[in-house]
Design a protein around this ligand. Sequence first.
Ligand code: BV8
Length: 233
Amino acid sequence: MTRYSRIVILTGAGISAESGVDTFRAKDGIWSKIDYRDVATPQGFARDPDRVHEFYNERRRGLVSVSPNAAHAALARLEREFAGNVLLVTQNIDDLHERAGSSRLIHMHGELVRALCANCGQRHDWPGDMDVGHSCPACHSAGYLRPDVVWFGEMPYKMERISAAIALCDLFVSIGTSGNVYPAAGFVEEARIAGAHTVELNLEPSEGRSHFAEAQYGRATEIVPAFVEKLLG
Ligand code: BV8
């Protein structure tokens, strides 16, 4: 029987890699092909909205041909079967955690399949392409719709809820993230201060490796199900 009662899990692009979703900082990753300042900043969007829409349209179209993998499924199983409290915080904007069955889930960097109106602030489900000609279904203004995604320099979502959960957790698990992007990369320190046991599950040591009490390296589809099995054991 596990000795933990409140678990916070942080995931990054690496948990979706084996589903065929590109990661960011691998040698052939997304940021090796395009400068993040052109497509993942408000300034880039203001400069060339068509280019930004195309960048996200391509990634959104790609969602229909990928499926959740065993690591996503293992985290959904943990939420279903764990007697205590589990909160899943993802940096990913894909919908693979939901499609695997996770529901206690926070997309701190937003969601590819949602739209945000910069005029009225309303959010809408948006599974298809988006372009500057689209009007907001709520305020009907054109030219203000953007992907509901947190760009560099913007405040990630639900930070108070995330920090409150980390302050109370007794286990913090980071999965498939390089630990490059803040404030997500700082969560492990918050967890250590809260007295939680901290674990990194990744393909290779991340930038934040030295902050974790425990680390297991390997492919997420192998090490995450095994880790969950042990937790539920
Ligand atoms: C903000 C959405 C402030 C868009 C993204 C200190 C404190 C606070 C901020 C900063 C700071 N220092 C610098 C900053 C600014 C900046 C930042 O962190 N810059 C970095 C580059 C230095 N942070 C921000 O701008 C953030 N906002 O701070 O706001 C503020 C304050 C007040 C008021 C207003 C604002 C916002 C950051 C969010 C940006 N948006 N994404 C999109 O997706 O298009 S970031 C982007 O990087 C994605 O979200 C991605 O998830 C995230 C992190 O990348 P990873 O997920 O880790 O992916 P990566 O490829 O790097 O790594 C994959 C890992 O998986 C690897 O380790 C690999 O080994 C592993 N792996 C691969 N295959 C497998 C595997 N593991 C297991 N199995 C496998 N098969």
